[in-house]
Design a protein around this ligand. Structure first.
Ligand code: DSN
Length: 426
């Protein structure tokens, strides 16, 4: 068959884009070469509906081993009893948890998307807001911190079946114990979506949600630095507290219900090539090299925040505990949309983001979200954050000046040559 040069040329262009630019999208990272190789390998050809040792297809002896390795390594990372590595994405993981424990119309309580939450935590345009009855808590207007009093009051008022914590644009840690306390009071289960900070939790650099949250979900491609995908975890298995029965009318342990919610509930064949890549990434997370990486992520994030504050950028909550910062650009007279567009012209990638109590729409926004997982993988240290912030500032202060944007782009491209990316790919 003729090689599809059209597509491979585009892949090569994407590699060059990734090499030349400063990647600050908080949810992105660069996998190791071996993780990518597994994703491009022969396991993509295999159907394996079911779970290791109990599949609906023949010939699963080998993929059974990679999937079991992924499960075992994930259990070791987080010291947990249950792991499902089949969700195709974080959204799928969240959908499976909901399917396992909720009935259509049940009330749920999550962080408002406009305050840093996620689409799958009850947004009106998502299945979670259409199938279930969504309710929201927010962050405080003055401090930008999760408003636990509001969360507790809402929980007592609406008596949700599930409280969801976790965010996609929140730079502080979570008080999981406090959330569990009110959940127990109102009879709710708690799900923590740790997609963003999972890698930092893995290395105990942030609070551990597992003792307080019945279910913990994550993606595998953000701070965990693995392939694109999702996972569901429980520290302890338990009997379904709502008395929900499986299709045969039996009350089952949550682990059974969760496995069934993923397959056959919301997915068919698992992506065994991605699961092999997950197994490799989880093995990498168990190394000292990754511990150093996770520590460096926090150091870089804090250095980035400090350099931004020195230039009078308003960081929501005043700083960061994790891998990201959310900046309110209103004192800089530029929208998030315009900032994102100008930064791209200088080969700096970041995304516009609503800030709490934003007066602009989600398409325009007053904010921008910056994250350091990807640049930390490239090899950047605290000292490099000054260059990054100076470049951002120059772009945002001269967003309509093509000459200046081009000059910053050249500086960025020169700067990035020292952080070699995938040299094996030529
Ligand atoms: N889209 C992801 C993010 O950028 O945070 C969340 O799913």
């Amino acid at each position: 068959m003729q090689r599809d040069t059209l597509v491979f040329d585009l892949i090569k262009q994407e590699l060059e884009r990734q090499r030349h630019g400063i990647e600050l999208i908080a949810s992105e990272n660069f996998t190791s070469l071996q993780v990518m190789q597994a994703m491009g390998g022969v396991m993509t050809n295999k159907y394996a509906e079911g779970y290791p040792g109990r599949r609906y297809y023949a010939g699963c002896e080998i993929v059974d081993q990679t999937e079991q390795l992924a499960i075992d390594r994930l259990k070791q990372i987080f010291n947990i009893e249950y792991a499902n590595v089949q969700p195709h994405s974080g959204a799928q993981a969240n959908a499976a948890v909901a399917l396992a424990v909720l009935q259509p119309g049940d009330a749920i309580l999550g962080l408002d998307l406009s305050m840093g939450g996620h689409l799958t935590h009850g947004s009106a345009v998502n299945y979670s807001g259409k199938l279930y009855k969504p309710n929201f808590y927010g962050v405080t207007r003055d401090g930008g911190l999760v408003d636990y009093e509001m969360l507790e009051a809402k929980a007592r008022e609406v008596k949700p079946k599930m409280i969801i914590c976790g965010a996609s644009a929140y730079s502080r840690d979570w008080d999981y114990a406090r959330i569990r306390k009110v959940a127990d009071e109102v009879g709710a289960l708690v799900m923590a979506d740790i997609a963003h900070p999972a890698g930092l939790i893995a290395k105990k650099l942030l609070n551990d949600p597992f003792d307080h949250c019945h279910f913990v979900t994550s993606t595998t491609h953000k701070t965990l630095r693995g392939p694109r995908g999702g996972i569901i975890m429980m520290r302890k298995d338990f009997e379904n507290p709502f008395g929900l029965k499986d299709v045969k009318g039996n009350i089952r342990m949550m682990s059974n219900l969760m496995d069934m919610a993923v397959f056959p509930g919301i997915q068919g064949g698992p992506l065994e090539h991605v699961i092999a890549a997950k197994a490799i990434a989880f093995g990498e997370i168990l190394t000292d090299e990754y511990t150093d990486y996770a520590n460096q992520v926090i150091k870089n994030s804090q250095a980035l925040a400090k350099a931004l504050v020195a230039k009078d950028y308003q960081i929501i909550s005043g700083g960061t505990d994790n891998h990201l910062v959310l900046i309110d650009l209103r004192n800089k007279n530029i929208s998030g949309k315009k900032a994102e567009q100008a930064l791209v012209l200088a080969d700096i990638t970041a995304n516009k983001n609503m800030v709490p109590y934003d007066d602009k729409s989600a398409f325009v926004t007053s904010g921008i979200r910056l994250g350091v997982p990807a640049i930390t993988t490239r090899g950047m240290k605290e000292a490099h954050m000054d260059f990054v912030v100076n470049a951002i500032d120059k772009v945002l202060m001269n967003a309509d000046d093509t000459n200046i944007l081009n000059a910053v782009k050249k500086d960025v491209n020169d700067f990035m040559t020292q952080f070699v990316l995938y040299p094996e790919l030529g």
